[in-house]
Design a binder for this molecule. Structure first.
Ligand SMILES: NC(=O)C1=CN([C@@H]2O[C@H](COP(=O)(O)OP(=O)(O)OC[C@H]3O[C@@H](n4cnc5c(N)ncnc54)[C@H](O)[C@@H]3O)[C@@H](O)[C@H]2O)C=CC1
Ligand SMILES: O=C(CO)[C@H](O)[C@H](O)COP(=O)(O)O
Length: 301
């Protein structure tokens, strides 16, 4: 099979390499010329524009987008669409909002597969987990590509119609937030608690047979090994948050309570503020009702 890949960053480049390794051909484009040159060195055919990707593929074009979610996806589709017809297939493997994906599936002439992708850069070796939404025929047609990009045949499946792949990935990310939060809380208690513990040793022991072993826990083990039990200079500032926000928004629309995911998202937002206003007010209110001491801090303004 011949696959066009647009977006050759951390994730797109893995798609290229794994598809090439499986014996398929790749036509590759990125707005970063160096990324295109690197992909060409790895065996892909370089293209110098999005339209050129479509032109360089034969009839029945199969194209994988791995660009940042949002405007770059719409921009790529706008440029591709005049070159596509109903026999063609476009996969969006990024973290797009599922409603954007259903809109795009309606708008483009090609069959559109929204593909939630999990596994991160570690997927270069292991392959990804792929959650695909869209027409069955298009999914079936791309099974050889999904087999190559995923961990294997068990690492991908069609979730349902347009939007369902990115919907499942959105919820996956909400779960990811809550798992990160709960490991964080457990290790915080161990760190602050009554024993002087080697947290790498704790994580390693848990990862060997414990009920709570997982890949995220292996990453905790790696973090403590590389940074130390006190996490060294790692700041308490957590970036990102879009996919968790979408998960919480959807839970409100569906009236499904997901308090752990909501709490984890809130913690992430909290990590970006300095002194927290509500805690400062609680501090002052305790003086108001009980004449308890008010802890005070130097303020810059
Ligand atoms: N990094 C991760 O662990 C994961 C990322 N994702 C999603 O995969 C998508 C890609 O992520 P990464 O590879 O990490 O990002 P990245 O920032 O490493 O790569 C994005 C690439 O897209 C290129 N690009 C941007 N606009 C373009 C355009 N209009 N045309 C062609 N190329 C364009 C950039 O030059 C860059 O090389 C995002 O939607 C992300 O949320 C999904 C799962 C895991
Ligand atoms: O999808 C992912 C992991 O599963 C990506 O790492 C994504 O970039 C996470 O983004 P955020 O933390 O902003 O939700």
């Amino acid at each position: 099979m011949e696959l066009g890949v647009i977006g050759l960053g951390r994730m797109g480049r893995i798609v290229v390499d794994r598809v090439l390794d499986a014996g398929h051909d790749v036509v590759a484009f990125d707005i970063d010329e160096d990324a295109v040159a690197d992909a060409a060195d790895a065996g892909a055919t370089p293209a110098n524009s999005i339209a050129a990707v479509a032109d360089q593929l034969g009839t029945e074009k199969r194209i994988w987008l791995m660009v940042p979610a949002g405007d770059p996806v719409d921009a790529a589709l706008e440029e591709l669409d005049p070159h596509l017809d109903a026999d063609d297939i476009v996969v969006d493997g990024g973290n797009s909002h599922f409603e954007d994906s259903t809109r795009r599936a309606e708008a483009v002439d090609a069959a559109y597969l929204d593909c939630g992708t999990s596994g991160g850069p570690a997927g270069a070796e292991l392959g990804f987990s792929l959650m695909v939404g869209g027409p069955q025929w298009a999914y079936d047609e791309l099974v050889p590509v999904f087999d190559a990009v995923a961990t294997g045949p068990a690492g991908h499946d069609r979730m349902g119609p347009a939007g369902s792949g990115h919907y499942v990935k959105m919820v996956h990310n909400g779960v990811e937030y809550a798992l990160m939060q709960t490991y964080g809380e457990g290790f915080e208690l161990l760190h602050e608690g009554r024993y002087d513990l080697d947290l790498e040793a704790v994580a390693r022991t848990w990862n060997n047979g414990a009920v709570i072993r997982s890949w995220l826990l292996e990453l905790c083990e790696e973090a403590f090994r590389e940074e130390g039990s006190d996490l060294g200079t790692v700041a308490d500032h957590v970036a990102g948050g879009s996919t968790g926000t979408w998960t919480v928004q959807e839970s409100l629309e569906q009236e499904v309570a997901i308090p752990l995911i909501y709490e984890a998202l809130g913690e992430r937002f909290d990590s970006r503020t300095g002194a927290k206003f509500s805690r400062r007010l609680a501090n002052r209110l305790r003086y108001g009702f009980g004449r308890h001491d008010v802890a005070r801090t130097e303020r810059s303004e």
